[in-house]
Unconditional design. Sequence first.
Length: 137
Amino acid sequence: MSGYEQRIQSHGLQLEEHIASTAGSPIDMTQWFYFLAFDVMGDFAFATSFDMLKKKDWHYAVVLLRRALSLLGPISSVPWLAQLAFSFPVIPIIRDWNRMIAWCAERMSEQIHVGLFVVLIPFNVLVAYTYLLGEPK
């Protein structure tokens, strides 16, 4: 557990450095907390940060996720409509979703092949993913 704490603290220190560098100027804390949260999630899920705190910008995969999720809100109360919408990959938001899913699948495959998946939080998800692919565990 202390390993996770150190990794979170590392990201927290990056946020603290940014806040300190603004010298009291107003900043969009919502955006910076998003950066912190996604950097930590990327670190835990893919063994690599999205580096949004360092780059001070949104990561490609997170942008795709946010765009795709904008579709789910309006149609979430009608589940069959969501299923129907996702069957049309020509819709730009659906393409964003599919690209984000492909990006995540590539990261998971990389972790499986290099053997780092044992130390990641989604270990059980990766084991199931490997099983579904028919690759040896």
